[in-house]
Design a binder for this molecule. Structure first.
Ligand code: ATP
Ligand code: MG
Length: 648
């Protein structure tokens, strides 16, 4: 692999957790890792921090690739997130601090949230939604999204949250795949000043979704959006069904292995898969990781920027932090809208202490200049997190310096929709960090790097695998157990194949490179797209870059790069030549891009991941594949057109 990463692995500075942080941290010593060697006992210890109706008989029943965790145990996720806090002084604590994009604000104490969830659970029941029925949720980031999820959990109806930015077709396919009986939506949502027409999208989707019997519609602004049409008998206003709903709804006593939810992956690698998560194991991993990775204490104000449409929003906005009785900030809009500084306004205004976001957001902040958050008091922050993609060391350092003021540890957390919770991460206060590395497995998690024969690679590059089951693991793909086996368990029997490539350094630290299908083969050399991208964004003119391979008769593949320039830099032939040379300097002649294409935008999923599959289609002149999961589908069309024009 390329020189740049190798140098980085050798020279990477390590960051010791700051002493002030260490004193306060939940985990104070490496003993946490040692305890976890008794893996099942360790997970059982965390499971006991939840409230169970009935204890489990067996921690793990493992018949590869099918696992059952906490066999025979009974619990309810909403009881763990609400009822048990309402029984203590936490009842009066803010559970949700919500802010809408237009600036409206709402606060729910645990008591209030408990009431709302119970009322909505009662309402769903009166509409005939029963335990085991699937309920689709298509909402903006408003409190009702969390309320709806928890209400479903309360009555034992698995939810399937579909990101509010998805199109009619994407929604329709997900509803049909899960055969959802009810759908919860809103008339509109706000995104970058636009009114997102959720109900209109729903109406389009519902022309071909025979399973849906009821649609419940939240009025985003407390009055019906004028363009909303309601279909009699099928559509109900949320406030109407809530009006006389009982304020207590008896929770369903769920088996540890009953499905809590289905969530479709973002589809960067093909047809979305309905990932199935169950109750006991998932909740165990959610609380264990939220507690130890984010180090949450009673006085924290915690903000995870993810949308509830993604798994991060499930585990680290709703289930993990609420199960711990934490105060959670929830924001509807884009991080830089309507003011560039909205994110830091929120941090300052609520006194956010723990902040969790994605590298794509960090790079967007960097674009506005090195000292961008200037003028904001970010001194309440004490811990920063990142997830979603490998973070390039420059972005890590910027985050460390300008947001964390060099005193906040950064947790770079690697995990997937499939894993349910964090898998590779430092423990703040204990694990030394290295910019760009998700470091080591969370205690109780067993990960390895293997070559194509399945032999462990101690130092070097390989495929990232998980060698033993973990509580939050997916149980299957909804309706397609064969695809579950083929996709994750067929490559190495009994071992979970993550689909990600990684390197391991001499300290045993993991450096995730991205999906293995994102590795190029240039004249027999394997080059990670992420390495070339890191090299490009290390150049002062480049804000963001995406790299794909284009087939080549002789070399197999050549490197094609798409680059977004920073403010103050303009495309030119000189810059183009300079960037090619820059990559050569950083990695080697082998990685020299055949093409660097300047662009204002890159096709990204709504979770902020670059859709390399589409860039590959553009670079190779193929017809475009499915674009429905894109944040802004028009980006690819215009990119394709401009790319073809420059080619001529
Ligand atoms: P699909 O599986 O449908 O293609 P996806 O993999 O993008 O979608 P997610 O489950 O949200 O959907 O993303 C998980 C992937 O994100 C990981 O497999 C990895 O490639 C990447 N990732 C997440 N966190 C990190 C991290 N901290 N460092 C490096 N890569 C990360
Ligand atoms: Mg994936």
């Amino acid at each position: 692999m390329g020189k740049q990463l190798d140098t980085l692995l050798k020279e990477a500075r390590t960051f010791e957790p700051p002493p002030a942080f260490k004193r306060r941290a939940h985990v104070k010593s490496k003993a946490a890792y040692r305890d976890a060697q008794r893996r099942l006992d360790y997970w059982a210890k965390h499971a006991r921090t939840l409230e169970w109706y009935k204890p489990w008989k067996k921690v793990l029943d493992w018949k590869p690739p099918h696992a059952k965790w906490f066999v025979g145990g009974k619990l309810n996720a909403s009881v763990n997130c609400l009822d048990r806090h309402v029984a203590t002084a936490t009842r009066n604590k803010a559970a949700l601090l919500w802010e809408g994009e237009p600036g409206d604000r709402r606060v729910f104490t645990y008591w209030e949230l408990h009431r709302e969830v119970n009322r909505f659970a009662s309402a769903l029941k009166s509409l005939g939604v029963k335990r085991g029925d699937r309920v689709a949720i298509y909402l903006p980031m408003i409190p009702e999204a969390a309320i709806a999820m928890l209400a479903c959990a309360r009555i034992g109806a698995p939810h399937s949250v579909v990101f509010g930015g998805f199109s009619s077709e994407a929604l329709r396919d997900r509803i049909n795949d899960a055969q959802a009986k009810a759908l919860i939506t809103a008339d509109i949502g706000y995104r970058r000043g636009q009114r997102v027409q959720l109900k209109k999208n729903v109406d389009g989707a519902l022309e071909k979704t025979p399973s849906i019997e009821h649609v419940i519609v939240v009025q985003r602004d407390g009055k019906p959006a004028p363009e909303t049409r309601m279909k009699a008998g099928r559509d109900h206003w949320y406030h109407d069904v809530m009006a006389d709903a009982a304020t207590y709804c008896k929770p369903a006593i769920m088996d540890a292995e009953d499905t809590l939810y289905i969530l479709y992956t973002s589809g960067t690698t093909g047809k979305p898969k309905g990932i199935v998560h169950t109750t006991g194991g998932y909740m165990t991993q959610a609380v264990a990781t939220t507690k130890l990775v984010f180090d949450l204490k009673d006085d924290d104000v915690y903000w995870c920027m993810a949308d509830v449409g993604w798994v991060t929003g499930h585990t680290y906005v709703v289930y993990g932090p609420l199960a711990l009785g934490a105060t959670v900030v929830m924001y509807e809009g884009a991080p830089d809208w309507p003011e560039k500084n909205r994110t830091w306004d929120i941090v300052e205004r609520y006194g956010v202490t723990v902040f969790y976001t994605a590298p794509t957001a960090i790079r967007a902040f960097m674009k506005w200049g090195a000292e961008y958050p200037k003028g904001h008091d970010l001194s309440t922050l004490r811990l920063l997190g990142t997830v979603g993609e490998p973070i390039n060391p420059e972005a890590w350092m910027w985050y460390h310096r300008y947001i964390g003021n060099k005193r906040c540890p950064i947790v770079d957390t690697w995990w997937q929709t499939e894993t349910g919770g964090i898998m590779l991460t430092p423990l703040p206060g204990v694990t030394k960090t290295k910019p760009g590395s998700a470091t080591v497995p969370f205690p109780g998690v067993e990960a390895d790097l293997v070559d194509s024969d399945g032999q462990s690679v101690k130092v070097g590059g390989g495929f990232l695998v998980l060698t033993s089951p973990w509580p939050g693991m997916l149980r299957t793909i909804y309706g397609d157990d064969q695809r579950f086996k083929d996709q994750y368990w067929s490559r190495y029997p009994g071992v979970y194949f993550t689909g990600d490539g990684a390197k391991r350094d001499k300290d045993g630290y993991f450096w995730v490179l991205g999906r293995v299908d994102d590795v190029l083969n240039v004249a027999g050399h394997r080059i990670g797209t992420m390495e070339v991208e890191s090299a490009l964004v290390a150049h002062p003119a480049v804000a963001e870059a995406a790299v794909v391979g284009r087939p080549h008769d002789v070399k197999g593949e050549v490197v094609v790069a798409f680059a977004i320039l920073r403010a103050g830099h303009d495309p030119s032939d000189a810059l183009l030549a300079e960037l090619k040379e820059h990559v050569v300097r950083k990695i080697g002649a082998i990685a020299r891009p055949a093409d660097v294409f300047f662009t204002a935008d890159l096709p990204k999923t709504r979770s902020g991941k670059i859709m390399r599959r589409l860039l590959r289609d553009i670079a190779t002149g193929r017809a475009l594949g499915d674009v429905t999961t894109l944040a802004d589908p028009s980006v690819v069309a215009s990119l394709k057109q401009r790319y073809e024009e420059t080619e001529e």
